[in-house]
Design a protein. Structure first.
Lengths: 322, 508
């Protein structure tokens, strides 16, 4: 009896000890629910769709892309933080600067930036200044000169409020000493027809839009360190004397409390997916810039951006008060 | 172009593509009939199935789903007074009274024929006029969208059956509800009272199910003495041919509704939800018997269902020519184009003409395929709903409302809101407030707000930013249209007043 008790305890302990590591060791053994917090058809959705096939090779039980839309992403992220099982089988696409700016601006966005467990940041879309092909502004210099000539400034359309596009506009205004008015649209897609129809003077948009509307828009400058391979003729702001590097960064996050080894495994899967030749090809074709930041790196990156965004939020407030 | 069309026809005529059209249309119809599953969601859900397909096959399938979905919304609108998708809101006005009078099958036949004609019309416009019409879409900037919203609101003067004041109050309630959540421009947090779920605002579908369906379920349930049937069903042998003839005789209505649907489809940001209501309003204004609208009048069903399927082809026009989605489901189809390496613009009509024309013809074919599937399925469904005992029908619909409102955003708050609005809707109905002005306010509120704020931002260049609302000739045309539309209903009685004394002396 004593022996069987011991055996039971040993077995029980073994089983108990076995469960947790086995869980991580077996990851992934369930389907992945990949939550997109923005409208289908937008940059986050397109990225997920490009990754989906490659992800399925790792998540053999399947990958489901689902949508939890609202509040510029906050509804989905708040749900991830508060009511999602932290087992690594539900990951939500996340987006910088949104995840930093929302908690800063709204008081209660439903989540804190630090609540989101960064798994991987896999792409960015740098800000790019676009005008129409028939526009008199051939270069950034022309554009800035025109903006200086017009005391009330020119108008720049872009995607969303308190977004990378709006920050980019504010940064450009500051750096060049001009006053362009930022006009937010609901998504980069809905800003494009406003420029085509001549309702705004230009767009502060993403690199992807420069590719999509190659035949209609002229790109004056891009906010990257170096020129993008797919846009070899577009100079960087840096080259032209303005030290501006900004854009939207996208990745996936897990709920807080997700075991570290699960996060690491999920990150390894995304790393592998971003090395897939087919994924790389499609990301390039569509104007996405591939980033490869694992859990620690992406968390460090998010933290490094916070002071910068805090500074800009002050300018956002001033812009609004005007 | 002719050779391209022939190539497209050749590609479409493969067994694989024909099966995809039939399957897609059927799946779309089922999804559309379920309240809560919109065309946007149905298309998005099926995108993964297209990965393994060629570009042509994938686009043909998604197009058919979209077309079928917009049509399928009519079933639930007619049979249970709940628009299956926002594109069928107006179909409830006359479709449901018809069903209650035992003419449900007739309403479904009318919806089917109208949908097929509207669908084909939109596709014809897409194939032949795309580059020309796409330019029209670009004329509409923020200021013009604001006026489009104002014009849309003037429909209330004819939607409000009883009191104009109650109609306006309803619209104001709708606009107010639309301001809940994060502001579309500026990103301010409004009226959430600390609830994070409310940052996403109140979804249109929540209100649709709450205001249209729940009061009806409560009404059916409260008529305790009616033993079995909630709807009457009369067997009518010649219903298909007779109704088809009746629909085809309404040439002006069909043409007008098709044009309205196509044009509203072309405008980015506006879609079937607006098209069907505008078309209903115009059909009523042009009708010789406007007083019959809302009582189970065939013309009303034809107008809404023709217009909403014309939106499908219309919405593709700016998409394939400019890369600008005309209606929300087009945004998903745009994503698929990008993944397949297709670039909207001249390239799609030259280098990739085989894919493009097959896709466009597939859309047209799916509009035609809807007729046999819809008539057969519609007959079964009508009989089923009509003969189902009330003790199964009421809980059945109630469960559908809950599943539907949860499915929109996978959010339990939506279910609670839907039920809350259902109870409110029941009382509002009791007090003589119609659901449709509230819904109209909710649809148009964000369009007006976004247009207004953007126009004011653009107007910084003028001494008064408000000038921006009045600079373009198009704005003035829209202002004039709004004014005319608003005062029109008052002209009818006025005219009759003037005509009466004129007639009197003639009679000896």
């Amino acid at each position: 009896m004593n022996r069987s008790l011991v055996a039971a305890i040993v077995l029980g302990a073994g089983a108990a000890a076995g469960i947790a590591p086995a869980h991580a060791a077996e990851y992934p053994s369930e389907p992945l629910n990949y939550v997109i917090c923005f409208n289908p058809g937008g940059e986050s959705d397109i990225t997920a769709r490009i990754q989906e096939q490659a992800l399925k090779r790792h998540y053999k039980q399947g990958v489901v892309v689902s949508y939890k839309i609202g509040g510029g992403g906050s509804v989905g992220w708040s749900d991830l933080v508060h009511s999602t099982k932290p087992d690594g089988y539900t990951l939500a696409g996340h987006n910088l600067p949104h995840i930093v700016l929302q908690p800063l601006q709204r008081g209660n966005a439903g989540y804190q930036t630090s609540d989101l467990e960064n798994v991987y940041i896999f792409e960015s879309t740098p800000n790019i200044l676009l005008v129409r092909n028939d526009s008199p502004y051939k270069t950034l210099k022309d554009f800035i000169a025109a903006a200086k000539g017009k005391p009330s400034g020119l108008t720049l359309g872009g995607s969303g409020s308190a977004s990378a596009n709006e920050l980019g506009t504010i940064m450009l205004n500051k750096a060049a000493g001009i006053r362009t008015t930022y006009v937010p649209f609901t998504g980069s897609g809905s800003a494009a027809p406003a420029l085509m129809g001549g309702h705004v003077s230009g767009l502060m948009s993403y690199s992807t839009m420069a590719i999509e509307h190659k035949g209609k828009f002229r790109a004056l400058a891009i906010m990257t360190d170096e020129r993008m391979k797919v846009l070899p003729d577009v100079p960087t702001f840096k080259e032209l004397g303005y030290d501006l590097v900004e854009g939207a960064y996208r990745g996936v996050a897990a709920p807080p409390g997700t075991p570290d080894d699960v996060v690491k495994k999920a990150a390894a899967i995304f790393e592998d997916v971003m090395n897939d030749p087919e994924v790389v090809k499609k990301m390039d074709e569509n104007g996405f810039k591939i980033e490869k930041m694992g859990p620690e790196q992406s968390t460090a990156f998010v933290n490094s951006r916070i002071p910068l965004y805090k500074d800009l939020v002050k300018d956002l407030g001033q812009a609004k008060a005007k | 172009m002719l050779s391209n069309l022939l190539t497209g026809l050749q590609h479409l005529a493969t067994l694989q593509n024909l099966l995809l059209v039939i399957a897609g249309t059927t799946v779309g119809m089922v999804a559309g009939a379920l309240p809560g599953l919109t065309a946007t969601m149905a298309v998005a859900l099926l995108v993964p199935f297209t990965y393994a397909m060629t570009a042509t096959n994938g686009l043909v399938l998604l197009g058919a789903i979209y077309m079928g979905c917009i049509y399928g919304g009519a079933f639930s609108a007619i049979l249970i007074n709940t628009p299956g998708t926002p594109s069928s809101i107006g179909t409830t006005f006359d479709g449901y009274p018809m069903a209650r009078a035992g003419r449900g099958e007739q309403a479904i036949v009318a919806a089917t024929i109208g949908s097929a004609i509207g669908g084909v019309f939109g596709v014809i416009a897409l194939i032949f006029l795309a580059p020309l019409l796409a330019e029209v879409a670009l004329r509409f900037g923020p200021a013009e969208y604001f006026w489009v919203g104002v014009f849309g609101l003037t429909i209330i003067s004819s939607l409000a059956q009883g009191s104009m004041l109650k109609g306006l109050a309803g619209a104001a309630i709708g606009v107010l509800i639309s301001t809940i959540g994060i502001a579309p421009v500026g990103g301010d947090v409004r009226f959430t009272y600390g609830s994070v779920a409310m940052q996403g605002g109140v979804d249109l579908i929540v209100i649709l199910i709450g205001l249209f369906c729940i009061p009806e379920v409560l009404t059916i349930a409260s008529r305790a003495h009616v033993r079995a049937e909630s709807l009457e069903y009369k067997r009518d042998k010649g219903v298909f041919w007779n109704t088809t003839k009746e629909v085809l005789a309404q040439r002006a209505n069909l043409l007008r509704s098709s044009i309205i649907g196509t044009i509203i489809g072309i405008l980015p940001g506006a879609g079937g939800s607006i098209a069907n209501l505008v078309s209903y309003n115009e059909a009523r204004r042009a009708s010789k018997t406007p007083e019959k609208f809302g009582t189970g009048h065939l013309e009303g069903v034809v107008a809404t269902e023709t217009a909403n399927n014309a939106v499908v082809g219309g919405g593709m026009i700016p998409l394939v020519t400019l890369g600008v989605p005309g209606a929300p489901p087009d945004a998903i189809i745009y994503g698929v184009l990008m993944l397949q390496g297709l670039h909207p613009g001249p390239e799609m009509f030259k280098e990739r003409a085989d894919v493009t024309y097959t896709f466009m013809l597939g859309l047209g074919l799916s509009a035609l395929v809807m007729v046999p599937i819809g008539i057969y399925g519609g007959r079964l469904l009508t009989r089923f709903v009509a003969t189902l005992p009330k003790r199964y029908l009421v809980p059945g619909i109630a469960i559908l409302t809950i599943i539907g409102s949860y499915a929109i955003r996978n959010n339990i708050t939506d279910v609670i809101l839907m039920l809350g609005f259902g109870v409110v809707g029941y009382w509002l109905k009791y007090l003589g407030f119609e659901a449709s002005p509230i819904v109209l306010g909710l649809i148009l509120g964000p369009i007006m707000e976004t247009g207004l704020v953007q126009a004011l931002l653009i107007g910084q260049q003028y001494s008064s930013p408000w000038t921006a609302l009045f600079v373009s000739p198009l704005s003035w045309i829209l202002i004039a249209l709004s004014f005319l539309s608003f005062v029109w209903p008052y002209f009818g009685p006025l005219r009759r007043k003037f005509q009466k004394p004129a007639l009197a002396p003639r009679q000896p």
